[in-house]
Design a protein around this ligand. Structure first.
Ligand code: NAP
Length: 273
């Protein structure tokens, strides 16, 4: 791998700029992971990824500006922009249309922006990579935003038996359950958790855990009813939820495998192959 000084020198007038767009963005690991992968493949310089902190208010204007930026290759889209991006790009892949959210945008040569979503496949690949099977699983998913929606559809696609979704705003959970059930009617859906329920996997797909003051997204008593606790949150890597679950003797999975599994797919979608 190049040293950081040489890495900067590899950026020229021909470099295609890739981004990770989020607010906040300082916690994002994507630039380091992407630039390291690009470097390993001899592509750093042809492409380079930078953090882009964009507020929700300024986001539509920013997206419009990207159409005009001829050396923009594409961007990873993160919180809080994933859902709104699906209505701002020019074209969606079938997966993004189904989920209603986008986590990667590519700029075609004609300036058109194409959006897809890879969070769900990344999450499932992370689980499978750690030796777990989604087929037949009873799953509790907390959250109903972009990541949760992608994960819900991917779990259903990969054959989970039941899916319970809880969210701070219950209407969003009900709406997501209805959409999953419409696409995958064989999956048993629920919006309620009962004290005698047992879950093979419980997933935090909310942003709770990023700030030290956050409450646990899954109550201590409910953790006890689950075998594996998996996170989407990446920073901190060991969230209070995972620390509590480990303390209860549960198997835990951080948010890192989900992102690592997506990196190749993200770079390929943005043309950095
Ligand atoms: N590891 C990875 O590769 C990966 C990939 C994608 C995302 N992530 C992480 O996953 C998390 C969610 O991302 P996202 O893109 O899905 O965000 P999003 O679309 O903005 O959704 C946020 C979710 O968190 C819930 N939430 C936010 N603040 C809350 C609070 N104070 N109390 C309870 N619930 C709260 C929201 O509930 P409401 O519906 O009630 O607002 C919603 O369900 C973030 O931490 C993100 O960094 C990780």
């Amino acid at each position: 791998m190049q040293n950081p000084k040489n890495m900067l020198a590899s950026i020229t007038g021909n470099t295609k700029i890739l981004g990770v767009i989020a607010d906040p963005v300082s916690q994002a690991r994507t630039p380091v992971m992407a630039n390291t992968l690009l470097d390993e493949r001899g592509l750093l310089g042809a492409f380079a990824m930078l953090p882009m902190q964009v507020s929700a208010e300024g986001f539509p204007a920013f997206i419009a500006g990207l159409r005009a930026m001829k050396n923009f290759g594409g961007a990873v889209v993160s919180m809080p922009h994933k859902i709104v991006t699906s209505s701002l790009v020019d074209e969606l892949t079938p997966e993004a249309r189904l989920v209603g959210a986008v986590n990667v945008v590519r700029r075609n040569q004609d300036g058109r922006l194409i959006g897809t979503i890879l969070d769900g496949e990344g999450f499932v690949a992370g689980l499978v990579g750690a030796g777990y099977n989604v087929r037949g699983a009873h799953v509790l998913l907390v959250g109903a935003g972009g990541a949760a929606s992608a994960i819900a559809f991917a779990l259903a696609k990969h054959g989970c038996t039941s899916l319970c979704i809880k969210n701070r705003t219950p209407e969003r959970a009900s709406a997501l359950l209805a959409r999953v059930s419409h696409a995958y009617p064989q999956v048993k859906i629920s919006a309620e958790v009962y004290s005698n329920d047992h879950y093979d996997v419980a997933i935090n797909a909310t942003s709770l855990g990023m700030k030290p003051s956050d409450e646990l997204p899954i109550a201590k008593g409910l953790i006890w009813q689950c075998d594996l606790i998996a996170e989407c949150v990446i920073a901190p890597e060991m969230t209070p939820l995972l620390l509590e679950a480990s303390g209860q003797g549960k198997v835990v999975q951080t948010g890192v495998p989900m992102l690592a599994a997506q990196m190749n797919l993200m770079l390929a979608f943005m043309g950095a192959e």
